[in-house]
Each structure stands twice: as structure tokens, then as C-alpha cells.
Design a protein around this ligand. Structure first.
Ligand code: SAM
Length: 284
């Protein structure tokens, strides 16, 4: 199908791609040109401009607004996610990480388990973590406080994560008990939506954060970081840069979880593998 917009020149695509990789880490090799144009058509429509070169020049101009970069981040990011995606990680959380936390911490009111969902998309990962922790507390009879930070660069995804409202189809596969305990059904059955219960929403803080920033905007030291299916879109150098930073925010002995199809082979990092795609930060 022929696009109604004039194609971007190879030279400008190269420049915009370089800028995107420097700013967000996301790779933009020449093969992605078609996809880039397909995703940005809507924005050109909104701006009433007719050539990708014109749009590229707006992005490359020093005075390009933060608002335009937010639009760009929404459109170039890949946001696929689901509840309990890569379920082995949640089994590991339940059977190893949470019992270990209790053993080491002797939980008291002052010891809070801190978890970060980095590249959280629309929030299903963070809420699955919350549900898993609540299930652990319920079945083990233990008590401890916890908090989950969920961050992303896409304002559109962050809005959805904050709302915590999802189409019913997304929770179809979850057990009836989990749905009943942790999801509210919309009163209007025609809308077929569910919402995470307030008790879990209150545990999750959703915020904008670009993993490529040199200084992370928090002092927190996390016990567990989920950074799954996010760095897969980055080149090796940026993966290394981001992981070093992320590990600075993880406590020694804390757990790092990456996506099943991601690899940390040959990256010199202070971590030790403990299970497929799960690492512990070593003491260096
Ligand atoms: C495919 S989703 C992964 C969602 C979830 N972690 C999972 O595994 O289901 C990747 C997310 O990473 C986000 N992302 C991409 N580049 C980022 C960056 N530089 N900083 C923070 N988030 C980023 C995207 O916006 C997207 O929502």
C-alpha cells in the first residue's frame, strides 16, 4: 500500500535513528525505516505535514519540544505485555525471593520489600507482582510491607498503568479465584472491563523514567528489579550502560529478572545467574 506521505530520505532516517538511539536506547537500523514511517503516520496527520523529512527536521531541531518527544516515545516504543507474562518468574518470586526476604529481613514494620518494574508498559507486570505478593502473604500467613515502582517512557502506557483498567479478555486465562480476589468488574457489563483492586493499586507508584538518563531520579535501593523485554530493543553498548546504572539501584544480594529471550552473555556485570534469566547482584 502506498503511503500518502513522502518517504523519509536515507540520510535523515540515519540522523533521526541516531538521535532516537542516543535518547531512548532503542535501535533504529535502516531495516526499521518502513516500520518507523508506519508508526508515525498518525502524528504527521495530526500535525498536517506531508513528508517524513519535514517531521524529521522538527525532531532534529534543537528547539524541538518535550511534548513532541513524548509523542515520539509513545509511537516508537513496543509495548506488548500481559498479566503473568513468563510465569516462571512469578513462581520464582513466590518460592525463592519472598521466602528469602522473610528469612534475611526478619520483617518488621520498618523493613519494606522494594520492587521496580522498569519498562512497565501498561502496568500488567507491576500488578502481577503485587498479586503474587498478596497471594504469598495470604497463603503463608506472613506479614511485611512492600512497594512497587513502575516506570516507562510512554506517557500513553503510563496513563493506562495508573488507571489499572483492562479489557476482560486480558484476564481470561487467570483463575477464577485470582480474578475474584484482585479485580473489580465494571458495573456496566457491556464494557467488559476489569480494574485492579485499590489495595494493590496503592502499592504501585507509576512514573515516567527514561532508563538512558545518566542520573536516575531516585535514591531507592531495590530488592528486586524486573527489566524484561525492554533492553531487547537496545544495542549492546546501551544495554551495558543501562544495566550498570540499574544495578547501582539494586541491593547486593538483590534479584535482577530479564526477559526469557534476552541475554547478558559477555556483559561484564556484578551478577551471578541463579535460574534462567534470573540473576543475583554480587557484593562488588
Ligand atoms: C515490550 S514492553 C515490556 C513490558 C513488560 N516489562 C513485559 O515484559 O511484559 C517494553 C517497554 O519498555 C519501554 N521502554 C523502551 N525504551 C525505554 C527507555 N529508554 N526507558 C524506559 N522504558 C523504555 C517501552 O515504552 C515499553 O513499554
Amino acid at each position: 500500500m502506498k503511503s500518502e506521505f513522502i518517504e523519509i530520505s536515507d540520510e535523515l532516517f540515519l540522523q533521526v535513528g541516531k538521535m532516537i538511539t542516543e535518547k531512548y536506547g532503542i535501535k533504529m537500523p535502516p531495516e526499521k525505516k518502513i516500520m518507523f514511517q508506519a508508526r508515525l503516520q498518525r502524528r504527521l496527520h495530526e500535525l498536517d505535514i506531508h513528508s517524513f523529512d519535514e517531521y524529521a527536521k522538527i525532531l532534529l531541531n534543537d528547539s524541538c519540544s518535550a511534548g513532541e518527544f513524548n509523542q515520539l516515545a509513545d509511537l516508537i516504543s513496543t509495548n506488548k505485555t500481559e498479566f503473568f507474562r513468563e510465569n516462571e518468574h512469578f513462581t520464582f518470586l513466590n518460592s525463592i525471593i519472598l521466602p528469602e526476604f522473610i528469612k534475611v529481613k526478619t520483617p518488621s514494620l520498618s523493613s519494606q520489600l522494594k520492587i521496580w518494574s522498569a519498562g512497565c508498559s501498561s502496568g500488567q507486570e507491576a500488578y502481577s507482582i503485587g498479586i503474587q505478593i498478596e497471594e504469598f502473604l495470604r497463603t503463608s500467613g506472613q506479614r511485611f510491607d512492600y512497594s512497587i515502582l513502575a516506570t516507562d517512557i510512554s506517557a500513553r502506557m503510563l496513563r493506562q498503568a495508573r488507571e489499572a483498567i483492562y479489557p476482560f479478555a486480558q484476564v481470561d486465562e487467570l483463575s477464577a479465584e485470582i480474578k475474584q480476589r484482585y479485580f473489580l468488574k465494571s458495573k456496566d457489563v457491556r464494557t467488559m472491563k476489569v480494574r485492579i483492586i485499590k489495595e494493590i493499586r496503592d502499592k504501585v507508584t507509576v512514573g515516567y523514567m527514561n532508563l538512558m538518563e545518566d542520573l536516575y531520579p531516585f535514591q531507592a535501593q531495590f530488592d528486586v528489579v524486573f527489566i524484561r523485554n525492554t533492553l531487547i530493543y537496545f544495542d549492546r553498548a546501551n544495554q551495558l550502560k543501562v544495566l550498570k546504572q540499574v544495578l547501582n539501584s539494586l541491593k547486593p544480594g538483590g534479584f535482577l529478572l530479564i526477559g526469557h529471550s534476552e541475554s547478558l552473555i559477555n556483559l561484564q556485570l556484578p551478577i551471578q545467574s541463579v535460574a534462567p534469566s534470573i540473576y543475583v547482584k554480587t557484593n562488588v
